[in-house]
Design a protein around this ligand. Structure first.
Ligand code: ADP
Length: 484
């Protein structure tokens, strides 16, 4: 099968979260199964062309955005052995910026994000047509790639080349839909009935919604865990206003659980951690903890569990619970290391908590991939109190690193962590249901208490390290979905 992935993030080239990790792994897993795969992403200024061996392709196309012509070119990275090629869509005006979606100075989204990703989708379709590489499946990811089905449906003559190609949309996070003011619709150069008339695919409470158009017009829609697939069809807490549309599509939304790329996220081979370790020999983990405490400037205390958090600083991730719980949390025998960037209010929160609890909390307000690995390896507990969580990857990585997850029972967190049962010693972590600081504190308290019982704790750690969420399974599930 020929599979084309279109995404705004692909690890290791550029990522802000789990989307990048998925695109770093899924296409490779599919190529391993023998499929021919291409992956298209924008070439942001932050992508290091030398490090990744980007080669100019010589291909170019003209793309019309709101009546103005922009030139699209592409660089490529080819791994012929793995039957996979990465294409980087270039245009300095739209992508010659270091950040992917927002201006870090103002903390606000770029005002031309609709134009940027409209350009991206059009350029992808034009360039592949020029090359003559005809995909069987165009697999689009999130709102940034969501224009593709409507472009194909609205211009069957211009895109005759893709007449036999089917589209698959994967929703990685429904909280980001690509919603723009109504007057911006004219810039898309799509038929007016796509917008207002008869609740066109883009129409969303008087605004323009990119993701909704792809939910309506793609051949199949998937999301990244079975539980999240159910949740987003059920109510507006998870459906973010699209629950009606999502529950009506046929075939229904399919939930395919993400895997973890264990070539990158495994304590036996991780190149970013100071000491390797395995379930059979955990001494390296103790050394990783000692190094992490040194790096944090916190005292190393063997009998005090270190709680790690690595996450975007966004409302989704439950930082408000941390704020509410702080006084009660830090009277417990714990230390905490946080790594994250995002909303200013949470930067301020973490800085003030760090000041208040200097012996217990270290906050790194940064995006630092290698540090994320060191925190995974050096922490005892990993906290993810998400309001909602499509899949979540850090809890899956944590299991492999013997870092016991404490998570809210939602979405992919509920699908990947099994609550610990003290009676028979089964389970892999600690779950709580209510989105309240009390419920979260209780779950943390259960973990902290068990930590003092070294034997039970080690058994729990080993339960988690045995869990296997490899991409092989998920890659096959996607192929089945395409075939359906
Ligand atoms: P989401 O996609 O909602 O951000 P996930 O748990 O699915 O959450 O994936 C997050 C990914 O991004 C993980 O690989 C995590 O390590 C990484 N990540 C998030 N914030 C940072 C950060 N500040 N520095 C380094 N890596 C980060």
């Amino acid at each position: 099968m020929k599979i084309l992935h279109v995404s705004s993030e692909v690890s290791p080239f550029a990522k802000t979260g789990g989307l990048g990790d998925v695109l770093g792994a899924l296409p490779r897993a599919q190529a391993k199964l023998g499929h021919e795969v291409k992956v298209c992403m924008p070439r942001y200024a932050s992508i290091n062309a030398e490090k990744h061996n980007l080669i100019p392709s010589g291909w170019e196309a003209a793309v019309d955005i709101a009546g103005r012509e922009f030139k699209a070119t592409a660089s490529r990275v080819k791994d012929s052995r793995k039957k996979i090629e990465y294409l980087f869509i270039e245009n300095a005006h739209y992508f010659g910026r270091t950040e992917l979606y927002r201006d870090n100075e103002t903390g606000k989204d770029y005002t031309d994000n609709d134009d940027r990703f409209s350009f991206f989708c059009r350029a992808v379709l034009s360039l592949l047509q020029k090359i003559g590489w005809k995909p069987d499946i165009i697999h689009i990811h999130d709102w940034q790639a969501a224009l593709i089905p409507s472009l194909l449906k609205a211009n069957p003559e211009a895109y005759k080349f893709y007449a036999d190609s089917k589209t698959c949309l994967t929703i990685h996070n429904l909280g980001y839909q690509g919603i723009f003011e109504a007057e911006r619709f004219a810039r898309l150069n799509l038929p007016e009935e796509y917008n207002y008339a008869a609740a066109g695919p883009f129409e969303f409470w008087g605004k323009v919604n990119f993701l909704k158009s792809a939910i309506t017009l793609s051949d199949i829609v998937t999301t990244v865990s079975p539980r999240y697939a159910k949740e987003i069809c059920q109510n507006d807490e998870f459906g973010c206003g699209l629950e009606g549309v999502l529950s009506e599509i046929d075939p229904p939304v399919r939930g395919i659980l993400n895997g973890a790329d264990y070539t990158i996220w495994s304590p036996t081979r991780d190149k970013d951690i100071p000491h390797k370790f395995s379930a059979a020999n955990l001494s390296g983990k103790r050394d990783c903890k000692a190094e992490l405490m040194k790096e944090c400037g916190l005292p190393m205390r063997e009998w005090t569990p270190v709680i790690g958090m690595i996450s975007r600083l966004a409302d989704q991730k439950g930082w408000d619970l941390l704020e509410e719980a702080a006084e009660d949390l830090f009277v417990m025998n714990i230390q905490m290391v946080v790594l994250g960037t995002g909303d200013k209010k949470y930067h301020d929160l973490l800085l003030s908590l760090e000041k208040k609890f200097p012996d217990q909390l270290k906050a790194f307000l940064d995006f630092d991939d290698a540090l994320a690995h060191r925190i995974e390896a050096g922490s005892d507990i990993f906290l993810m109190p998400s309001r909602y969580e499509p899949c979540g990857l850090n809890q899956i990585y944590s299991l492999k690193y013997g870092t016991v997850p404490v998570v809210r029972k939602v979405g992919g967190l509920a699908d990947t962590v099994i609550d610990y049962d003290r009676k028979d010693g089964t389970g892999t972590g600690f779950l709580f249901e209510e989105y309240t600081s009390e419920a979260m504190l209780l779950a943390i308290a259960r973990a902290v208490e068990l930590f003092s019982s070294k034997r039970s704790w080690s058994a729990l750690v080993r339960n988690g390290m045995k869990a296997n969420f490899s991409w092989q399974v998920a890659a096959l599930e996607y192929i089945k979905a395409y075939q359906s």
